[in-house]
Write a protein that binds this ligand. Structure first.
Ligand code: 4AZ
Length: 260
């Protein structure tokens, strides 16, 4: 989940989606997502590449489901859907996490939700070093070192955290030798790195948002990966939605028209 954040006010992010998998006697939230059109959720490829449509567990539950518009996971509220189609970005590379984007079509639309706008192709207006951005999610709230995979502490309430954008050159320097660094300026966007605030395990697929004047949001990134959580000097890495190939994939598969 989010490290160093605060509980999100109820109703502040009506487009926020929880991606859940049946775990035998309850649903576990494995990732976040964003409702970008009434029946389309944008998430990370690595969240849903194993999903398929119409799968039931032996006890008759949908294997996967998506809740949109709920703040407290254990409370009622929001709309529950199952996947109707899954589109993983064909350029996604599971080794480098380049193009970590997927669009899940819901089995039926959700009306009346104000979705964030997305950048037009190549428009990095909100991606300059130091620009404000916000990540939200139900991922682990615990800082962890690069080697501490698994575990974590998972909150019931949606968390929000402000993570300033990190410039491409600086971020590339941080990750040199960790993962294919040439890819960052094109397909990845970095934010955070102060050692106290970060996205973490379980926040993947969720939005990186810029607040626009007038109280609306622009969706600039999808939470993708990192090297630990809240490690000083190590930003979180997000799929860059303004990247032309990613933009084209999202626009073509989702039919979303809200590009501002
Ligand atoms: C994850 O595995 C994850 N600190 C997401 C973001 C970060 C690390 C891990 C960034 O979902």
């Amino acid at each position: 989940r989010i490290v160093g954040g605060a509980a999100a006010p109820d109703g502040a992010y009506p487009f926020m989606a929880a991606l859940q998998q049946w775990a035998g006697n309850n649903y576990l939230t494995i990732c976040g997502g964003t409702l970008i059109a009434p029946d389309e959720v944008l998430t990370a490829a690595h969240c849903v590449d194993q999903w398929s449509v119409g799968q039931l567990t032996t006890d008759g539950q949908p294997k996967e489901r998506i809740i949109v518009g709920r703040t407290v996971l254990s409370a009622d509220g929001g709309a529950i859907r199952v996947p109707g189609a899954i589109h993983v970005d064909p350029a996604w590379d599971s080794a480098t996490e380049a193009d970590d984007a997927a669009v899940v079509r819901l089995d039926s639309p959700i009306a009346g939700v104000d979705s964030p706008t997305m950048p037009t192709s190549g428009n990095q207006a909100y991606e300059q070093a130091g620009a404000p951005a916000r990540a939200i999610g139900w991922g682990s709230t615990q800082a962890q070192g690069p080697a501490d995979v698994g575990g974590g502490v998972y909150p019931d309430e949606l968390q929000q955290v402000d993570l300033p954008v990190v410039g491409d050159t600086a971020c590339q320097g941080v990750f040199d030798g960790v993962r294919n660094p040439q890819l960052y300026p094109q397909e990845m966007l970095c934010a955070g790195g102060d050692g106290r605030h970060d996205a973490c395990t379980g926040d993947s697929g969720g939005p990186l948002l810029t607040a626009l004047p007038g109280g609306t949001w622009e969706l600039i990134g999808v939470t993708s990966w990192g090297n630990g959580c809240a490690v000083p000097g190590t930003p979180g890495v997000f799929t860059r939605l303004s990247a032309p190939d990613i933009h084209t994939f999202v626009a073509a598969t989702s039919g979303a028209t809200d590009f501002g």
